[in-house]
Design a protein around this ligand. Structure first.
Ligand code: GAL
Length: 702
């Protein structure tokens, strides 16, 4: 393993995005930054993310002098650097001289210079210019002892519809399908007379052209991911050409269902390019009401913490170990409809929620507020006053100091014996499909988060899987939860079947097993290639109107949106049936024993209470351990998560997501962590969490 990345596994880093290029005419500010960073306990900064025009003010005229100074100063102060490649925003001269580097919108119009993420990944000019600057950065800093990691670009995302991209799309399709006949077959192009007779006739999906061919849309999305990953690999290759062997990451976005947000990329495909995953987390803390069942009240922040946890779990799983929390805000964002600041305690609490789930760093956007332009009012450790006498600075420095004393926890991992299957291509295909429920009501991601929440709330720690993992990886888990697996290639089904046959427990739901990897329907009843394992066939699925009186018999749990009608030949054990609707008295929840394991099926969309009951019995049957074991607390807003060392030592993170204090009691005494100064032998039987309080305790194996 690369020795530099090792450090990320040995310490909990603390810091943020540092933009000295905005202050080059203010040397006193830059000097002061270092002493303020020391005061705050900063141990790492992300440097140079948007600094291209300062590093190369004119074509081929490079100016690294200022960065040399900054790097030396940071190094002198013992602060490490995640050094960025600057491709996320380009200098104006580059766009003016080579318009091909700018993106073309779906309507065919080339963008003007402006914004960021406004570049074509196919453009040979853009590729050459990024390769050149990356190579130079690598030569200059690639073996500098302060530089720990390459921060490649910034939040890759978006797409380009220029002619170069169209040509690359066609090439990619040729490679994928080999012949037009094969492509026409896979895309079912005889439909609406869409048969294609020449490769050059293919165009990306655009509103004034084709958007109704599901397979075309799916392949375009795959292609956009492919181009982006390819571009990132190209960036990394240039760093390697410059001699650097440092590990790489790229900061990824929150994965959200909201249209227009999010990357539009299948992040799983970045797994092979990044050495460690990192992401930027911006939850709307303190916003009333929330996804999992609406409602407002004392547990809203708890639910939001759960949603964050889903993403922490995803990025930790993508990382295959600890991940980096590359960005978050120490106070407010500046782009929300209402950009709320964090209540006292929330800085430490949200940071420890990340660490609890496997983050080995807590970093902020941004170190210092800029004086001008778009983000001048975005939260930062240092505000426009330029000093440290602020609540935010004090709370952040407290966190910095804490992270410095709990580094021992960096080598522990987040143990999980349950996993949720989140397949990106399935998400895309399901979103595109026209069927039972259309539009936002399908809610694939939200459904995954609801199932995740039910487990998280019970203290059942989960990993996230893509579904493409080898059997040996699947076999590490006792339970795999795979709701709404609409796109189900035979191969995935057969790996899941082997997992069950070998003793695993699989949980599936309505809207599963309809199409193969080309979005072509399986020639069978749903859930297609999983019917045998699940022991049932779905003959019809009814769309429920809001308010239709359908429930799970014997409970008051309503069923919404989807109600499967399972055929009479159901071989699975029927655990509950529907009350009402077309599927009245038909199976609602089933379990099929298969090989050494079992496969469960949920035939309608149920609410949080029903999921809670379901997962209580599933996790009991699967023998899943809860992180709550040996711990009692009354507040529904307290979350307890644990990281475990190989030695069996456990770090328990006790997190109170409410404005009320809360007491936590332990069956066996635990040690405070970090140990109380001057009293290393202290043992606790209970402790009091402050409002929005967060504590860590250590439990040694008995
Ligand atoms: C991130 C981005 C940062 C900054 C931040 C503001 O998505 O990477 O550069 O813009 O948002 O919240």
């Amino acid at each position: 393993m690369n020795m530099k990345i090792n450090k990320l596994y040995r310490t909990l880093l603390f810091g943020g995005d540092y933009n000295p290029e905005q202050w080059l005419d203010r040397p006193e500010v830059l000097k002061n930054d270092i002493s303020l960073m020391k005061e705050a306990g900063v141990t790492v900064v992300s440097l140079g993310i948007f600094a291209w025009s300062s590093l190369e003010p004119e074509e081929d005229r490079f100016d690294f002098g200022w960065m040399d100074q900054v790097v030396e100063r940071l190094h002198g102060a013992g602060i490490s650097i995640f050094l960025a490649t600057p491709s996320a925003a380009r200098p104006s001269w580059l766009a003016a001289r080579y318009p091909e580097v700018l993106r073309v919108a779906p309507d065919g119009k080339r963008n003007l210079f402006g914004g960021r993420h406004n570049h074509c990944y196919s453009s040979p000019v853009y590729r050459n210019r990024t390769a050149l600057i990356n190579r130079k950065l690598s030569e200059q800093y690639g073996s500098h002892p302060a530089v720990l990691l390459w921060h490649i670009s910034n939040e890759y995302g978006g797409e380009c519809h220029c002619e170069l991209c169209q040509a690359n799309f066609r090439l990619w399709l040729k490679e994928r399908y080999g012949s037009l006949e094969e492509l026409n077959r896979a895309w079912w192009n005889s439909f609406w007379s869409h048969t294609i007779s020449g490769w050059e006739e293919i165009h990306s999906p655009v509103p004034h052209g084709e958007t109704g061919s599901h397979a075309l849309v799916l392949d375009w999305k795959r292609f956009v991911t492919h181009m982006t990953v390819d571009f990132m690999s190209h960036e990394v290759a240039a760093l390697r050409a410059g001699g650097s062997t440092l590990p790489v990451t790229t900061n990824m976005l929150p994965v959200v269902e909201k249209p227009g947000f999010g990357p539009g990329l299948d992040y799983w495909k970045f797994r092979d390019v990044v050495d460690i995953a990192s992401w930027d987390s911006y939850p709307a803390w303190h916003m009333p009401g929330f996804a999992y069942g609406g409602g407002t009240g004392p547990v809203d922040d708890y639910r939001r913490a759960a949603e964050e946890a889903f993403l922490h779990d995803f990025y930790r799983s993508l990382s295959g170990g600890p991940f980096i929390l590359m960005e978050s805000t120490p106070a407010n964002v500046n782009w929300a409809e209402r950009s709320k600041i964090k209540k006292p305690g929330m800085i430490r609490l949200s940071a420890l929620n990340a660490v609890a789930h496997g983050a080995n760093s807590v970093q902020y956007f941004q170190w210092r507020k800029s004086r001008g332009s778009f983000e001048k009012f975005h939260g930062a450790l240092v505000g426009h006053d330029g000093g440290s006498d602020t609540r935010v600075f004090r709370e952040c420095s407290g966190l910095g100091a804490l992270l410095g004393t709990i580094s021992a926890a960096a080598e522990s991992l987040y143990p999980a014996k349950a996993a949720i299957l989140f397949n990106w291509e399935n998400w895309w295909a399901l979103d595109e499909s026209m069927g039972t429920v259309n539009g936002a009501g399908k809610a694939y991601l939200e459904t995954l988060k609801k199932h995740h929440y039910a487990l998280w709330n019970l203290g059942i720690q989960t990993d996230i899987l893509s579904g493409d993992e080898e059997e040996s990886v699947l076999n590490r888990y006792r339970l795999i939860v795979a709701p709404m697996l609409y796109l189900l290639p035979r191969e995935t089904a057969s790996r899941l079947a082997s997992f069950v046959a070998g003793g695993g427990m699989l949980f599936c739901s309505y809207q599963s097993g309809y199409v193969d990897e080309h979005d072509l329907c399986h020639e069978s009843f749903a859930p297609g290639p999983l019917s045998e394992v699940l022991g049932l066939e779905v003959e019809e699925c009814d769309a429920l109107y809001p308010g239709e009186a359908v429930s799970i018999k014997g409970t008051s749990s309503p069923v919404a949106d989807y109600q499967d009608i399972i055929r009479e030949n159901c071989r699975a054990e029927i655990l509950s049936v529907f009350e009402g609707g077309m599927g009245h008295s038909r199976p609602a929840v089933t379990r099929n024993h298969w090989g050494k394991g079992s496969a469960w099926y949920l035939a309608g969309r149920v609410d949080a209470d029903a999921l809670d009951r379901l997962y209580r019995s599933i996790s009991g049957e699967a023998g899943l351990e809860s992180s709550h074991e040996g711990i009692s607390f009354r507040s529904p807003a307290v979350s307890v998560k644990k990281r475990t060392e190989e030695t069996g030592v456990e770090y328990l993170f006790l997190l109170n997501f409410s404005g009320e204090p809360s007491r936590v009691e332990f069956d066996q005494p635990v040690e405070p962590f970090p140990p109380a100064e001057g009293a290393p032998e202290v043992h606790l039987k209970s402790l009091e969490l402050e409002p929005y309080g967060a504590e860590i305790v250590r439990r040694s194996p008995s």
